[in-house]
Design a protein around this ligand. Structure first.
Ligand SMILES: Nc1ncnc2c1ncn2[C@@H]1O[C@H](COP(=O)(O)OP(=O)(O)OP(=O)(O)O)[C@@H](O)[C@H]1O
Length: 586
């Protein structure tokens, strides 16, 4: 985890790394977007040079058109380059956002599941997505403005160098660098007390959001706790306001120092050049007056540079997460050919498997031995936390055993066609058709098959009610139709059945379905899965009578194996659980 506080070097390296990535992703547009403002800024020098020429001419009483023409042309070019930069910046932002977002999606899809269990990775991914979605545009904007203004300031140093005196160049350079550094330092200090970076800031945002959340308001009204929250929020806001106020006071004080440095430097340069006037061709009325005006305008330029630079610097801490997540791309991810190949995966043989989650210090699975044969119907039962879902993840190759082996037929890598109905069915806010098709998204839509699985899952009435397969489900789009928890779950089962898998896993697939329909669905599922292997996980045992093999899990191990009859006679954990559940219905 990155320490709070700011390490200038690493913050700058974050910006540089992102800059390199930007140029790699969109080489032409990024280069144009950055080079054009630099050239435009440096053209300011030529604008100064022609102004010197014009003023010297006026002083001599000679007015020539050419320098005036040049002056107009340079201004025209600078105005055009501003428009080009804006256009290119928009294009670059659109391209970069798409490219970075696609890269993040790709990484999230390829990382090993162990990474998902790592809270730090999850948080980093969230923050990286937020940077790309919300902050990247601002960051590129700050970058482009900064390079433009910096090259404008370089033009002033360049102009001072034309006076031919090293001292003048030196004083001007020092003035620009010191005033910029002081202003930047102050601006960063003020921003650091800002909302986005402090605990109080985040807490204030959280409390303000909670006070607007209808669910939270509902609960707070019941407990009469709104004033507790409002007071807490007001206290934090006041504390933040005070902090910001004292930072602003500091800013005003340093502002005065900056003004003194600036004025002294301009005074020194002016007096020095006036004392040298006429000594050489380079120190003329034109040079002195243009340099004087340029130095006066440098204050404004520095002020306008501190804003994007300080924003860029503060944002660079956000770029850290993006850079970190993007490095995952170069990792060697584990191979998993589940639903990528049609080779048979059965039997699956599990031998002496132990498993421990990265963040836990004890084995969640211990000494697991089992075989899943083609066509076999298996039930895995056991109390909460016994390890049932973890065992399924291991069987699907989502996690690798800490020790022991799993063979998918004769391969050590997972492969073959599998369907899974997870405990919490995913609610895809797409059409009814797409919700089914996603079970086998890489083959063309087969309406007859869709209707068959809808029928098998008792969703035909819903189809008739909706009036077609192309109605959107959920509540995202106007005209879409929300489903009940049980209907979503049935849809997840229909999706699983749409895939012609040789193994179907049902992990508590009916928790939201009413008991009458549940029994019917289980009976139907056993019927539908006749020619497939199926693994059922459920806390309810009534239906387990009909499977071939029941595995009873306890504390991560397999405590009992057998069919219903065997286990009831065995008078162990299963028989107790069964007796207990049967007693509910007596
Ligand atoms: N990602 C994880 N990281 C660390 N521990 C985990 C993780 N997921 C689950 N566990 C722990 O592993 C153990 C087994 O969890 P698992 O989800 O496999 O149990 P289960 O038998 O499916 O439970 P339930 O019936 O409640 O769904 C539990 O103690 C759980 O807290």
């Amino acid at each position: 985890m990155r320490k709070e506080g700011f390490v200038l070097k690493s913050d700058i390296s974050n910006i540089v790394m992102i800059l390199v990535r930007m140029v790699r992703k969109s080489p032409v547009i990024s280069t144009i977007t950055i080079i054009v403002p630099i050239i435009s800024g440096l053209l300011t020098f030529y604008s100064y040079a022609v102004q010197v020429n014009i003023i010297n001419g006026v002083a001599r009483g000679v007015i020539t058109l050419l320098p005036i023409l040049w002056f107009v042309v340079i201004h025209g070019v600078q105005a055009c380059s501003l428009s080009i930069t804006n256009l290119m910046k928009n294009r670059m932002n659109a391209e970069l956002t798409l490219a970075f977002q696609s890269e993040l999606i790709d990484i999230a899809n390829r990382v090993d599941f162990e990474d998902f269990d790592d809270e730090e990775f999850g948080n980093k991914l969230q923050r990286a997505k937020k940077v790309v979605g919300e902050d990247l545009e601002g960051i590129t904007g700050f970058l482009v403005s900064s390079v433009g203004i910096i090259s404008g300031l370089l033009s002033i140093i360049w102009l001072s160098a034309t006076s031919g005196y090293l001292l003048v160049t030196f004083v001007v350079t020092i003035m620009i660098v010191t005033t910029l550094s002081i202003r930047l330092f102050t601006e960063i200090k003020v921003r650091r007390t800002g909302r986005e970076l402090t605990f109080d800031g985040r807490m204030g945002d959280y409390l303000a959001n909670t006070l607007e959340d209808p669910n939270a308001i509902r609960e707070m009204r019941i407990y009469n706790s709104i004033s507790y929250f409002t007071n807490l929020w007001a206290m934090i806001m006041k504390k933040q306001h005070n902090k910001r106020f004292s930072a602003r006071k500091f800013e005003i004080k340093t502002g005065m120092v900056v003004a003194m440095v600036q004025t002294s430097a301009i005074f020194i340069v002016l007096v020095y050049l006036l004392s040298r006037m006429g000594e050489s061709n380079t120190v003329t009325v034109g040079t002195i007056s243009v340099l004087f005006l340029a130095l006066l305008s440098s204050g404004g330029k520095i002020m306008s540079l501190t804003w994007p630079l300080s924003k860029l610097y503060i944002s660079s801490s956000k770029l850290y997460d993006l850079n970190e997540v993007l490095t995952y791309k170069n990792r060697d991810f584990r191979k998993n050919d589940i639903n990528n190949s049609t080779d048979s995966m059965l039997p699956i043989t599990v031998s002496n498997v132990y498993f421990k989650y990265a963040k836990s210090n004890k084995n969640v699975l211990s000494n697991i031995n089992m075989t899943i044969k083609p066509g076999e119907k298996i039930a895995i039962v056991g109390e909460n936390g016994a390890g049932k879902s973890t065992l399924i993840k291991i069987l699907l190759g989502q996690y690798r055993p800490s020790s022991g082996t799993i063979c998918w037929k004769d391969h050590l890598e997972p492969h073959g066609k599998v369907s899974v109905v997870f405990q919490n069915a995913v609610k895809f806010e797409l059409t009814l058709r797409e919700n089914i098709l996603l079970g086998d998204a890489n083959t063309p839509s087969d309406d007859a098959k869709i209707l068959r699985v809808l029928e098998q899952c008792e969703l035909i009435d819903l189809l008739h009610e909706l009036g077609g397969l192309d109605v959107n489900l959920g509540q995202l789009v106007v005209g879409s139709r929300q489903l009940s928890g049980g209907q979503w779950q049935k849809l997840a089962i229909a999706r699983a059945l749409y895939n012609d898998a040789e193994l179907i896993v049902f992990d508590e697939p009916t928790s939201a379905i009413d008991p009458n329909a549940e029994m019917e669905i289980y009976t139907k599922l056993l019927e539908i899965c006749q020619d497939k292997a199926a693994i059922f996980i459920s806390h309810r045992l009534g239906w387990a009578k009909n499977v071939d093999t029941i595995y009873v899990m306890n504390n991560g191990g397999i405590a009992e194996v057998g069919n219903h009859q065997d286990l009831v006679h065995h008078k162990g954990i299963y028989s107790n659980m069964y007796a207990l559940q049967s007693s509910w219905y007596k």
